[in-house]
Write a new protein. Structure first.
Length: 729
DNA sequence: TCTCTTACGTTTTTT
DNA sequence: ACGTAAGAGA
């Protein structure tokens, strides 16, 4: 068989990686070194040369996008569809294992997936049911605690009993959460991985089966794996499979969510006889950009070592702009973009990269003023939108009425007279009988625990769900969705809602019907389709696992704006890396420890290496962020770029007079306002009825002057000065 | 039950 | 500064 197409246009190292004899391999692939190409051709090589069966290959990625891209590149290469090959995300593959072996995994056949928003709500309910103070144990923290333990492979019974009350509370929440999730028959993201790991680890037959089956395991973005994913790969591999991982320790930027850079650093130790192959030739950026990026990243310690190079010349200098403030910075960038377009460049060749989302606003304002179309990455994706989740909650209840998260979400949406007090009684009944809210409805009815009106309303809700379930039976998926949206009253509810968001919501609900119509389960699933899954159940899993694109349609020639994190993997001819100030980038919260700072530096490295032709760095001498104006010290990352590679557009600290003065805060000056008499912030005052208190705020003037006083007995009150008759103490 | 007020948080994001 | 979300009052 002619396999030259697998090796065309590859450099020596790439070729070595593609054709390496079977053994464990670590491919250290620098930014822009053609790693996706190597990965897909490696798979082609295994099949066409090594005669590996498609069946024997497992390819794992982090994002659906990467998985889809890999599939799309492999199929034309082989010339036939690869349905039998397992290509997917960690979560997707884990999900498939659990669907196929739900019984061994101890899950109900129709288990559903909680996304992180669902999970947070559920954690919150658990905290409330334990009567713990949400101030002291915020749901977000508890969620982080639970997922953190799961990602280290720890169930609640593995956690050593803590001595301090704070952690005791968290552990108690974790325990209760485990029980609840079990009862509801739902599974969160971390649970997918943990359960799939336990399934293969603790079940000798399955373990042997999969270890025999997957002769070749390939992993993309290996530097982003967490402990659990690493353990999972190891148990699936056993000691026969060959593991081929591709990654770049210098691009590890997800340590804060559990990724262990040590995994890539220890690969050669843990996988016997592993050999490292480096891809250092870069096909993306100019020499100047690479030299700058190399210089910055060289300050990190413990690197596996790698230096990018190119044979395509130095290119233009890197520009450095010292702006007076964030407005000036944005205007400079917009002017540069206009010049780029005027000289024939496209807008979608330009990216503005920043450390945190809050920075996008100023750029948006200036771009709008200059009538330059743009697109901001991030924000809610399709299946995460409120109205979509509402509709999905109805569908989930049809599929599984034990799902309290879905029940709570829509029991009173649209409003049907089931208020918080009735719900609280319902929850109490559920707790008392350890049953779902669905069953608690019947319990309450039998024992007359609720007001007659609430009882009727709940009975009607239960009846509604039951009738939706009946009506949907046998209908094609999209008609089920359509029916539920209409008959549940959701559509009418959003149609009647006012505001500019409402219209988009109605549109989205209709879009959900189309999504259901276009949903083709076959595309998603291999020959070993899990038996007994309804199309609806598959659709719901799909919605949770693949939240969909940010927004469709707006792709045409727009300036691209995104955080440095979301820029990973992308490339643009012209890149603006903005906000290079100490405290902002590197971010304040990451500057304390060496590890955090090194991750910030890798982020800088990622940002710089996005640029193909021209890189522009900028910082502001003064910046207004979160309502406060503060002076900015140029980021250390600027100093780490060799000066000879940079060209200063406006030399730093040359003049001290800002062009744009920071706008004066429109604070009311209190000195010239006589309405408050001698009353001022922080003073103790006395009121005839409320007693003594301290002045918290002053507002308005003349007859409208109001004062906020925190009274010792009755707390905060707003009082009109004119009538309050306060006396100073 | 709805609307208004107040408090809060605010690095990065995928599944 | 600003948006959101929970809580309080009408």
């Amino acid at each position: 068989m002619d396999v030259s197409h697998l090796l065309d246009n590859l450099n020596d190292n790439q070729r070595q990686a593609v054709t390496a004899p079977a053994a464990h391999r670590l491919v250290l692939a620098g930014a822009g070194s053609g790693k996706t190409s190597v990965l897909t051709r490696r798979i082609g090589w295994l099949i066409q040369v090594e005669q590996a069966s498609v069946h024997s290959i497992l390819a794992v990625t982090f994002t659906n996008k990467a998985a889809a891209e890999m599939r799309q590149r492999i199929e034309p290469m082989l010339g036939y569809p690869i349905g039998a090959m397992w290509v997917g995300t960690f979560h997707g593959i884990a999900h498939r294992l659990l669907r196929m072996h739900w019984e061994e995994a101890g899950l109900p056949r129709n288990f559903q997936i909680l996304d992180s928003d669902d999970q947070k709500r559920l954690v919150r309910r658990v905290i409330q049911s334990l009567e713990l103070d949400e101030k002291r144990w915020p749901p977000k923290l508890a969620q982080w605690y639970i997922n953190g333990h799961k990602e280290e492979g720890r169930r609640s019974h593995h956690v050593a009993p803590p001595q301090d009350p704070q952690n005791q509370g968290l552990l108690q929440i974790y325990k209760q959460y485990e029980e609840t999730v079990e009862r509801l028959g739902v599974v969160d993201f971390a649970e997918l991985l943990l359960r799939a790991h336990e399934l293969v680890r603790d079940n000798p037959e399955l373990q042997q089966h999969y270890q025999r089956r997957f002769q070749h395991i390939l992993v993309d973005e290996f530097q982003d794996t967490n402990s659990l994913q690493y353990a999972w790969i190891r148990v699936l591999a056993g000691d026969r499979s060959k593991v081929f991982v591709v990654g770049d320790d210098d691009q590890s930027i997800y340590g804060w969510r559990g990724a262990k850079i040590e995994n890539i650093q220890n690969f050669n130790r843990d996988f016997d006889g592993a050999e490292t192959i480096r891809l250092e030739q870069n096909y993306r950026s100019t020499g100047n950009i690479l030299n700058a990026a190399n210089a910055v990243i060289s300050r990190n310690s413990g690197r596996l070592g790698k230096e990018l190079w190119t044979d395509s010349g130095d290119g233009e200098a890197i520009d450095l702009y010292a702006a007076w403030n964030e407005q000036d910075e944005a205007q400079f960038v917009v002017d540069r973009i206009k010049a780029w377009v005027e000289t024939g460049g496209r807008r979608d060749e330009v990216a503005i990269l920043y450390r945190s989302n809050a920075q996008s606003r100023v750029f948006e304002e200036r771009l709008i003023a200059a009538a330059v179309p743009y697109r901001v990455y991030g924000g809610h994706r399709f299946f995460e939108r409120q109205e979509i989740k509402d509709a999905l909650a109805y569908l989930r209840l049809i599929e599984n009425d034990q799902d309290d998260t879905a029940f709570e979400r829509v029991v009173n949406l649209p409003a049907r007279g089931i208020g918080n007090s009735s719900l609280e009684k319902l929850r109490a009944a559920g707790r008392a009988h350890s049953c779902s809210l669905w069953r608690a409805v019947a319990v309450c009815a039998e024992n007359n625990l609720l007001a007659a009106r609430a009882n009727t309303a709940l009975a009607a809700f239960v009846g509604l769900i039951a009738s939706l379930r009946d009506a949907c039976h046998g209908l094609p998926l999209h008609e089920q969705v359509e029916h539920v949206i209409e008959k549940s009253g959701l559509l009418t509810h959003y149609q009647n809602e006012k505001g500019d968001k409402a219209e988009a919501r109605v549109e989205n609900l209709k879009e959900l019907v189309s999504a259901a119509r276009n949903f083709d389960p076959d595309e998603d699933v291999v020959a070993e389709r899990p038996e007994g899954m309804t199309p609806l159940a598959e659709f719901l899993s799909h919605a949770a696992l693949e939240a969909g694109e940010q927004q469709g349609g707006q792709w045409e020639d727009c300036v691209q704006m995104m955080t440095l994190h979301s820029a990973k993997g992308l490339e643009f001819p012209l890149v603006f890396l903005v906000g290079l100030e100490e405290g902002l980038f590197p971010h304040q919260n990451s500057m304390q420890d060496a590890g955090g700072l090194e991750e910030e530096r890798r982020l800088a490295y990622v940002g710089m290496t996005r640029s193909m032709q021209k890189l522009v760095l900028s910082h502001a001498e003064s910046r207004r962020l979160y309502g406060k104006e503060s002076p900015g010290i140029p980021s250390r990352f600027i100093d780490e770029v060799p000066a000879e590679l940079m060209q200063e557009i406006r030399p730093r600290a040359q003049v001290s007079q800002p062009l744009y003065r920071p706008s004066q805060a429109r604070g009311r000056s209190l000195e010239d306002n006589t309405a408050f008499g001698g009353i001022a912030l922080g003073k103790m005052v006395s009121h005839a009825k409320f007693g003594d208190g301290i002045v918290m705020a002053l507002e308005g003037s003349g007859p409208n002057a109001r004062v906020q006083v925190n009274f010792n007995d009755v707390g905060n009150k707003w009082l009109v000065m004119q009538y309050a008759n306060l006396t100073e103490l």
